[in-house]
Write a protein that binds this ligand. Structure first.
Ligand SMILES: Nc1ncnc2c1ncn2[C@@H]1O[C@H](COP(=O)(O)OP(=O)(O)OP(=O)(O)O)[C@@H](O)[C@H]1O
Length: 470
């Protein structure tokens, strides 16, 4: 959103009547926040203007001296077919309208039409152009597999393919004025993703984060929209709301799934109309921030159950990112372990300890219900009590065992290929069990607790087996 012009491409108004151009410009800005407007009163200049600057939409008068609107439309379709055109006429002529639509006009309006109809049509055209652009951008990224701004994601440690696809998606939608929805379990890194999207939006303002969980409706309205002096008992001073604090930046609403229905209505109105009223004021203010929302809940399920408004859900879903849980990206565990060991050692003024080999094996057997945040906390705890050069496994084992109700089970999906394919004589059941136990003990470096987790059995069951193996 360079220089905060909206939309990110120009809208060219072509009409030989300067008064009409002025009145339409004012209405577009006042009613829809459209500021990226270029004007042209000489139809012969249209193509040159298009070639000089980035135009996405042309709003074209039909009756003009020199070149008429239909001729200009034909030239645009021929020389710049990527540009969308809306035709406006002083007369309501069905035949002309049909002809223009057949020539490729996006829509046709009569100057005497209700102004709202024209503005809604312009907004529809803008949404369509933006979607097309995002699509093109996404396809290009997917084809060349690269990121334009890898620095924006520097703080997010991952080698996972799904996470890299998310990065490419964020780059594609970063400049869109539509809201961005980030969902995923608690602790997967949703706030970090929101920060990357904010950096890439190019907005100069701040990222203002608001956790909306547990806010009742009036506190929600006051927090977001602020109030004027005397708005309610105790409102001795006017207060700016978070929407205003986030001007020219990003408003990040966390835990959006917990919002009450009346607050959902307020948020929808804000997103749809771009306007809000501070409490006690009858003068609307315009939102000038990009909105990013996050939730650990399944909004689709909530919407089906009737606890989340369908219209808001669809509005929020325009750009949607689903961050995978840590257990679905186990390849990230060694990297994150190393990252947090460094971070914790630095924060606690210690030398970075060396993790024992079996630690990654152990962590791979765990589901991490608290995701990356839980891993980070485990590492900080281990580093804070650590003394020797090699990190002790004890605190990790304790933290994992503390998770009551956690069934002991391996996380990797069962192997589908035939392990015994090349073997002529099948081992007996107890021979195979002994071999498995020996292998698990070797991988766990003799640690029975880890070996038991690797095998998916209790430690006492392993002890019994070990006695037999010996
Ligand atoms: N890929 C990652 N690389 C480095 N640190 C990460 C990564 N993912 C998460 N973290 C760290 O884990 C912690 C939790 O991340 P974050 O707050 O972004 O999660 P969240 O999904 O927003 O959680 P919640 O739903 O509870 O708000 C933070 O300290 C964050 O820095």
């Amino acid at each position: 959103m360079s220089e905060n012009l909206y939309p990110p491409f120009g809208i060219l108004l072509v009409d030989d009547e300067p008064a009409w151009i002025l009145s339409l410009s004012v209405s577009l800005e006042r009613c829809a926040g459209i500021t990226n407007i270029i004007t042209c009163t000489d139809s012969r200049e249209v193509i040159k203007t298009i070639e000089r600057q980035e135009i996405g939409l042309v709003i074209l008068d039909l009756v003009m001296p020199h070149l008429g609107g239909e001729e200009v439309l034909a030239l645009i379709r021929e020389q710049h077919p990527e540009i969308t055109t809306i035709v406006i006429s002083g007369m309501n002529q069905l035949e002309t309208a049909v002809r223009c639509m057949k020539m490729g006009a996006f829509d046709y309006y009569v100057k005497t039409d209700d102004e709202d109809r024209l503005i809604n049509g312009v907004m529809r055209a803008i949404s369509m152009i933006e979607l097309k652009r995002e699509n093109r951008e996404m396809s290009n990224r997917i084809l060349d597999g690269s990121l334009k701004h890898p620095k924006a994601f520097a703080g997010i440690v991952t080698t996972n393919r799904a996470m890299h696809a998310i990065f490419a998606y964020i780059e594609a939608v970063a400049q869109s004025p539509q809201p961005l929805l980030i969902s995923g379990e608690s602790g997967v890194g949703k706030e970090q993703i929101a920060q990357a999207a904010h950096v890439l939006s190019g907005c100069r303002g701040p990222l203002v984060a608001v956790n909306v969980a547990g806010l009742d409706d009036s506190v929600f309205a006051d927090t977001l929209f602020g109030h004027v002096r005397g708005a309610f008992t105790g409102a001795e001073q006017a207060r700016r709301g978070m929407v205003e604090e986030a001007a020219d930046g990003t408003l990040f609403l966390d835990e959006i799934g917990d919002l009450s229905i009346p607050s959902q209505v307020k948020l929808l109105r804000l997103l749809q109309e771009g306007e809000y009223f501070p409490l006690g004021s009858d003068r609307p203010k315009r939102i000038k921030a990009r909105v990013i929302v996050a939730t650990h809940q399944d909004l689709a399920a909530k919407q089906s159950a009737g606890t989340f408004r369908r219209d808001l859900y669809y509005r929020l879903c325009t750009h949607h990112i689903q961050v995978p849980p840590l257990r679905e990206r186990q390849e990230d565990i060694p990297l994150l372990l190393d990252h947090f060991l460094k971070e914790a050692a630095g924060a606690l003024g210690k030398k970075k300890p060396t993790p024992p080999k079996e630690l990654v094996q152990l962590l791979a057997t765990y589901k991490f219900p608290g995701n990356v945040r839980e891993l980070r906390a485990m590492v900080y705890d281990a580093v804070s009590i650590h003394r020797d050069r090699i990190l002790s496994m004890e605190s990790f084992l304790k933290a994992i065992d503390r998770q009551d109700g956690q069934r002991i089970e391996l996380l990797s999906p069962p192997q589908r290929h035939n392990l015994f394919g090349g073997i002529e004589r099948l081992p007996t059941f107890s021979e195979a069990a002994d071999l498995l136990v020996t292998e698990a003990m070797s991988r766990a470096n003799g640690n029975q607790s880890i070996a038991a987790r690797l095998l998916g059995i209790t430690q006492s069951a392993l002890c019994k087996r070990l006695k037999r193996v010996k």
